[in-house]
Design a protein around this ligand. Structure first.
Ligand SMILES: [Zn+2]
Length: 314
């Protein structure tokens, strides 16, 4: 099969490698596509703790496709299913996954379905405790931020979306945000005005920077909740503990590490997308063939106007 191999930081090539064999409790999946995740960019860009070349197909972990073979111990009926899966080498024609990490979806579902990424947003929403009538700010409208705007709006909260990019302001509005604010428009003052000075019940930070963390924290009302969905893995952050402490805010770091919780999020994702609570096709802006995967990484790094999410299709 063909698979992408990261041979060195910033260098990727397509190689012919052996198709993996599904082991005990594993299935073989013919990959229809895999999303490029923000966390993949560290591996692509290079960090001192990564060795190269990386395994064939790594770090593709947002796959969907069709089950074509099952290893020993896998219950009958899996072969032929279409599913999203938690796997680790998905930038390839085939990948294997544990049968418990497979979430089937209807065979006739059209379009890309990077299930792990949508599941991540569903898990953030679950931890946010957002309910009907809440005023919610989402700081950062990338793929996860846009999904959270859709999800929060769908449950009857009033959503304020704050983002740097003009394109993302329009998108957030289409996703159901009642108000959209550009980063240059003094978001604190605008939110204070919109909320009569009370600020927000819940603020989701979804951009992963010190500046967006500061802004998000400042928008939380007394006894409100700050939910950190951004990926803050490029060094330590500082926080204004004096202000957090005074307002008595709850702070939730909404990343998950337990695979069974990922899978739970992916199940909610399949239900939400197939039930049309989420509009996923609107958020997949780029589809790139596997042989051109370097371009998909570069798009995700550069985030040109109109970019939200790239998927790679073998
Ligand atoms: Zn991911």
């Amino acid at each position: 099969m063909r698979a992408a191999v990261l041979t060195a930081p910033g260098r990727v090539r397509i190689e012919d490698v052996a198709t993996p064999d599904p082991g005990h409790d594993e299935v073989l999946i013919h990959v229809e596509g895999s999303g490029i995740c923000g966390s993949d960019l560290a591996v692509y860009g290079g960090r001192p703790w990564f060795d190269y070349p990386r395994p064939a197909g790594a770090p593709g972990h947002e796959i969907w496709g069709r089950v074509t073979a099952a290893g020993p111990g896998v219950p009958d009926g899996r072969v032929g299913q279409r599913a999203v899966a938690l796997s680790y080498n998905g930038f390839a024609e085939f990948d294997v996954a544990h049968v418990d990490h497979l979430v089937p979806f209807p065979r006739d579902h059209a379009g890309a379905f990077p299930g792990e990424a949508v599941g991540c947003a569903m898990n953030v929403f679950e931890r946010s405790g957002i309910g009907r009538g809440d005023t919610v700010a989402v700081v950062g409208v990338g793929f996860i931020g846009a999904l959270l705007v859709q999800r929060a709006a769908a449950c009857g909260s009033t959503v304020i979306a704050i983002t740097r990019r003009r394109f993302a302001l329009d998108l957030a509005q289409r996703c159901g945000a009642k108000h959209v604010i550009g980063l240059t428009d003094d978001p604190y003052d605008v939110v204070a005005e919109l909320t009569g000075g009370h600020m927000c019940d819940v603020v989701i930070e979804a951009a992963g920077r010190q500046s967006t963390l500061d802004l998000a924290a400042s928008l939380v009302k007394v006894r409100g909740r700050l939910v950190v969905a951004g990926y803050h893995q490029d060094g330590a952050r500082t926080v204004d503990m004096q202000s957090w402490n005074w307002r008595g805010i709850d702070v939730v770091n909404a990343h998950e590490r337990d695979p069974s919780i990922y899978v739970r999020g992916m199940k909610s994702a399949v239900a939400a997308v197939t039930g049309r609570m989420l509009d996923l096709p609107a958020l997949i802006t780029h589809s790139v063939p596997l042989h051109d995967i370097g371009r998909a990484f570069d798009l995700a790094l550069e985030r040109p106007d109109g970019f939200l999410k790239a998927v790679v299709r073998p």
